[in-house]
Design a protein around this ligand. Structure first.
Ligand SMILES: C[S@@+](CC[C@H](N)C(=O)[O-])C[C@H]1O[C@@H](n2cnc3c(N)ncnc32)[C@H](O)[C@@H]1O
Length: 396
């Protein structure tokens, strides 16, 4: 996979001290782009990266190296080259939109690093840009990145034509912490702006729910799914620096099961990065207060597995098991191409977990797999494999 062979362009975590959430967002963007474009190169001849809220924003680098436009241009250039070496000619086009006229000249300067890929900039709002951009996309596979500073500027009714386009994916920074702080306020303008975000009312009842964060996010996911023709909508959480709660969620919309597999792989890598950054911080604090070094490095400590995600992963894996058992209770069989992406919509559940789950259920006699060839053990996408229910009511 190219993702692992290519060098990263995101500045190291130390560079982002105090804004680790931005590091993780950039890490996620770069690594997901690598996986996506490498796949797209095998079935399309044009890829468009459409960044609707480009910035640059709060950069601490003279060359804007710590901003998403520069990270994306560097990565896409490298990917285009890598594909060309394999004999695949992928045209790459980037469109960057920035509404603030004071920031726009910086954007124009930042994108000058592009030479091998086409880059366009627009000084207008995303809402103004989208109707102009959509007709130019043709059959190109498009990743749209929506990275706002709040929750306005991308009402669901504006996003709808984009979500109805099958040849693409959308990544939205859902600013949960910010939304959560204002969502209880009764002011009518606020109510209207949240109605715009969610595509109508209906969200107020969620505010009393004990699982408020999941409830709000699931509500948004379902609205986004219903608005478009892209079937899968999931999210991954990015925590506040030095705190164990969400800063934002990256909401990911795709029509492709393989997209979910890749998204969750990057989530796993990003979770490791997050854990590593936290352990480094804790170790530095300990060394500072005791004045003595430590025997084990952070990397050695991590060999024992995830600490911060243990309980959450266990709960999510239980949710996955419940989904599978429930689905096979209601239906005699489920195609793998439907089961895998449906389970991978659950955050923190990874491809290997789903395979282990299916193996366990198979060994317990609860399901069998139809369509495997002689030497195949695990189901694969696109092969017509089917999970078939067996003795489901024999077990609790
Ligand atoms: C969070 S920053 C983007 C950061 C950038 N994606 C990164 O990671 O480096 C959001 C940017 O969107 C711009 N912006 C705000 N509202 C906008 C709108 N309605 N349309 C387009 N850009 C907007 C802001 O001026 C700001 O520069």
């Amino acid at each position: 996979m190219l993702a692992s062979r290519c060098e990263g362009h995101v500045e190291p975590p130390e560079f982002y001290r105090g804004r680790e959430q931005t590091y993780l967002k950039h890490y996620f963007l770069e690594n997901y782009l690598a996986r996506l474009v490498w796949n797209v190169g095998s079935f399309r001849d044009e890829f468009v990266y459409f960044d609707g809220f480009a910035g640059p924003w709060r950069s601490e680098s003279d060359d804007f190296e710590d901003t998403s436009p520069v990270i994306a241009i560097r990565k896409l250039t490298e990917l285009r080259r890598g594909l060309a070496e394999k004999g695949k000619q992928l045209r790459v086009r980037c469109i960057f939109v920035e509404s603030d006229p004071k920031t726009y000249p910086d954007l124009q300067r930042a994108v000058q690093i592009a030479d091998e890929i086409s880059v366009e900039t627009m000084n207008c709002t995303f809402t103004e840009a989208l109707p102009a951009v959509l007709p130019t996309l043709g059959r190109a596979f498009t990743l749209t990145f929506i990275d706002p500073t709040g929750w306005t500027g991308f009402p669901l009714r504006v996003l709808t034509p984009l979500l109805q386009r099958r040849s693409g994916e959308v990544l939205i920074n859902f600013m949960f912490d910010f939304i959560n702080r204002f969502i209880d306020a009764p002011q009518p303008e606020l109510e209207k702006s949240l109605n715009d975000l969610f595509g109508g009312p209906g969200w107020r009842v969620l505010l009393e729910r004990p699982d408020r964060e999941d409830a709000i996010l699931d509500f948004y996911r379902e609205r986004v799914r219903a608005a478009g023709s892209l079937r899968y909508v999931t999210a991954t959480r990015i925590k506040k620096p030095e705190q164990d709660r969400a800063y934002f969620h990256l909401v990911y919309v795709t029509g492709h099961p393989k997209g979910l597999v890749e998204f969750r792989k990057v989530e796993q890598q990003a979770a490791e990065e997050e854990e590593k950054a936290r352990l480094h911080r804790e170790q530095e604090n300990r060394i500072r207060s005791t004045g003595t070094g430590e025997l084990f490095t952070v990397e050695q400590t991590m060999e024992g597995g995830f600490r911060s995600y243990g309980a959450e992963r266990a709960a999510r894996l239980a949710q996955a098991r419940e989904w599978l058992r429930g689905a096979l209770k209601n239906r005699a069989s489920i195609p793998w191409d439907e089961a895998l992406p449906s389970i991978l919509e659950i955050p923190m559940v990874w491809d290997k977990d789903v395979k282990a789950l299916v193996k366990g259920e198979q060994e317990a006699g609860r399901l069998s797999i139809r369509g495997l060839k002689a030497k195949e053990r695990v189901p694969k996408l696109g092969q017509g494999h089917v999970l078939v229910a067996r003795h489901m009511d024999a077990d609790p």
